[in-house]
Ligand binder design. Structure first.
Ligand SMILES: C[S@@+](CC[C@H](N)C(=O)[O-])C[C@H]1O[C@@H](n2cnc3c(N)ncnc32)[C@H](O)[C@@H]1O
Length: 274
């Protein structure tokens, strides 16, 4: 099998996994409840770092069930969400209709989007759990550039790649267990793990994931011609990766014993020259 065929097969397996998780997440995501209550669904960091979106066209890549997309719609953006899982897109459309919000949702692999969509956007946005599903960051960055108007910005909030190299070997003690650096072949995770949003749901599908370093992400965006405006690191994470993590609100998790010692997420903003 060629590398290309292997990558396509990995993406097909990942799509089946995300199809499985979509309906589970409609029931499990706190963001769905927050949207239904009319409460804020987006995080203060991204709201501050992206700024006012009123009247702006926003493309959300890998939007899953559309909770963040609809959050941006509530803030006045004209939003388009894209995801390759047909079930996730169907859930996003149902949620949009239930909430009476305006949003366009497109079912597409990120890599196929240029053949389906011709518009350009003021903001391209992706967040929380997106990079590990991508087989080629250079192509991803060229696609982001393709969809930005001159002067438009790309914003990313993502788990810090260093945390995926670590494992909790005893309560509160982390140790390096996985390579930090990128490898061409994805790592296969077998079915049978718990869903990250609903521990009682045991996943029936395997997944394939790629690791990308901070340098890989930044260099891909620079190579595509974008200008980096900032890259920030924070010591909290949007899911419970390690058992000893604690949370005040059930949305953001901290590692009490590594507070201010270890980055858990990073954010970046890059601009297409105007
Ligand atoms: C963790 S979720 C996105 C995060 C989002 N903030 C959330 O949790 O609601 C990852 C999403 O990426 C999508 N995805 C993975 N690979 C993709 C690809 N190649 N093209 C488009 N969507 C993809 C999956 O279907 C899934 O909905």
């Amino acid at each position: 099998m060629t590398g290309h065929e292997l990558h396509r097969q990995a993406e097909d397996a990942n799509r089946a996994l995300w199809d499985e998780m979509a309906a589970v997440h409609v029931r499990a995501y706190k963001e769905v409840q927050l949207l239904r209550q009319g409460s804020e669904v987006l995080d203060q960091i991204e709201l501050r770092e992206i700024g006012d979106v009123r009247g702006k066209r926003l493309l959300h890549l890998q939007c899953h069930i559309g909770t963040d997309t609809l959050g941006w719609a509530r803030h006045g953006a004209a939003v388009t969400g894209v995801d390759f899982s047909p079930r996730a897109i169907a859930c996003a459309q149902e949620l949009r209709d239930e909430l009476g919000l305006e949003a366009t949702f497109i079912q597409s692999n990120v890599y196929d989007l240029p053949s389906l969509l011709s518009e350009q956007f003021d903001i391209v946005y992706a967040s929380r759990g997106v990079l590990c599903w991508l087989r080629d960051l250079d192509e991803w960055a060229r696609i982001i550039d393709r969809f930005l108007v001159p002067g438009g910005v790309f914003y990313l909030m993502e788990s810090h790649p260093v945390v995926h190299a670590l494992e909790e070997i005893s309560p509160g003690v982390l140790s390096f267990a996985n390579p930090y650096f990128h490898r061409a072949e994805p790592v296969r995770w077998e079915a049978g793990d718990c869903d990250y949003a609903n521990a009682s749901h045991i996943l029936a599908h395997p997944s394939y994931e790629w690791t990308w370093t901070i340098g890989d992400v930044v260099n891909a965006l620079l190579k595509a011609g974008l200008e980096l405006e900032f890259l920030n690191e924070y010591d909290r994470l949007y899911f419970q990766l390690f058992p000893s993590m604690t949370s005040d609100d059930g949305r953001w998790y901290r590692l009490p014993q590594y507070q201010r010692m270890l980055p858990l997420i990073f954010t970046l903003r890059a601009r297409k020259p105007g």
